[in-house]
Write a protein that binds this ligand. Structure first.
Ligand SMILES: C[S@@+](CC[C@H](N)C(=O)[O-])C[C@H]1O[C@@H](n2cnc3c(N)ncnc32)[C@H](O)[C@@H]1O
Length: 232
C-alpha cells in the first residue's frame, strides 16, 4: 500500500480560518462529506452516543484520539460529557482545525506510530483510520494505544475482510471503471479479520470484544466493525 498517497490527500483538506467550526464542518473536513462516505451531523451525534455508552464515558474523563483529523468525533463526545481531550493526526491542516474547535485540547501533528505513551488518558480511541495502515503498522499502533490508556481502547470503523468484495463493489459502482482506477490508484484500504484484533489484544494481556458498525444511515456501515480492548 502506498501510504504517502493518502498522507498527501489528507494534508490537502484545509479550511478558511474565518470559517466557523461547528460539528457539520468538522465532519466534512474529516472526509465524511461525499457519496458512500457521507454522514449527517445528527447521525454522527447518535453514533458518538452509542460509543460513549460502550465506553461508559462520564464527566471528567480524559480521552485521546489517534488519527483525530479535525476532531469531529471528539467534538461530538464533548457535546455529551465534559471531557479532557487530546489527539494526533499527520495532517497539519486538520490538527489546526481541531485546535481551533477545541482550544483547551492537546493536539499534535505526527504519524500515529510516533505517539508518545508517557502521558496517559482514560480512553484512547481511533475512528475510521485503521484502513490506512499496514498490518505491521497497525500492530505497532495498537501496542501504543494500550500503553497510553488507563482503562480501555476503542477502534471503530474498521473495514471487515469478510465484506471486502461487497464494499469495494459499492465504491466501484459509483464510478466508471476508468474513473475508479484514476481515483483510487495507489489508494487501497486494508481490511481486517475481527480475530486479528483479539490476537493483538491478547499479546498485551487485554480482553477484546468486537461489535458491528453503528453509524445510522451510512452506506459503509455494514462493511465496518469496531473493537473494545479492555485492560484487565
Ligand atoms: C476518515 S478521517 C477520520 C478522522 C477522525 N478520526 C474522525 O472520525 O472524524 C482519517 C484520518 O486519519 C488520518 N491518518 C491516516 N493515516 C494516519 C497516520 N499514519 N498517522 C496519523 N494520522 C493518520 C488522516 O489524516 C485523517 O485525518
Amino acid at each position: 500500500m502506498n501510504t504517502q498517497n493518502w498522507k498527501e490527500i489528507w494534508g490537502r483538506r484545509t479550511h478558511a480560518t474565518e470559517e466557523s467550526l461547528d460539528l457539520a464542518t468538522l465532519i466534512k473536513l474529516d472526509g465524511f462529506d461525499t457519496g458512500a462516505g457521507r454522514i449527517e451531523a445528527a447521525d454522527w451525534q447518535n453514533y458518538a452516543g452509542v460509543i460513549a455508552q460502550k465506553l461508559a464515558l462520564k464527566d471528567g474523563d480524559s480521552i485521546y484520539e489517534l488519527g483525530c483529523g479535525a476532531g469531529a468525533f471528539l467534538f461530538a463526545l464533548r457535546q455529551l460529557h465534559t471531557l479532557k481531550v487530546g489527539g494526533l493526526d499527520y495532517s497539519t491542516a486538520l490538527i489546526e482545525a481541531a485546535s481551533r474547535a477545541m482550544p483547551d485540547g492537546y493536539f499534535i501533528a505526527d504519524e500515529a506510530k510516533n505517539v508518545e505513551t508517557d502521558s496517559q488518558y482514560d480512553y484512547v480511541i481511533s475512528n475510521s483510520v485503521f484502513h490506512y495502515f499496514s498490518y505491521e503498522y497497525a500492530a505497532t499502533v495498537i501496542a501504543s494505544m494500550i500503553k497510553k490508556s488507563k482503562v480501555a481502547v476503542a477502534i471503530m470503523e474498521i473495514p471487515d475482510l469478510k465484506t471486502k468484495f461487497e464494499s469495494e463493489t459499492l465504491r466501484r459502482d459509483a464510478l466508471s471503471v476508468e474513473a475508479y482506477e484514476k481515483k483510487y490508484a495507489g489508494l487501497e484500504h486494508t481490511y481486517y479479520e475481527r480475530d486479528w484484533f483479539k490476537q493483538q489484544a491478547a499479546l498485551h494481556g487485554c480482553t477484546c470484544e468486537d461489535f458491528d458498525g453503528c453509524v445510522p444511515n451510512y452506506a459503509q456501515n455494514k462493511f465496518r466493525f469496531g473493537v473494545l480492548i479492555k485492560k484487565t
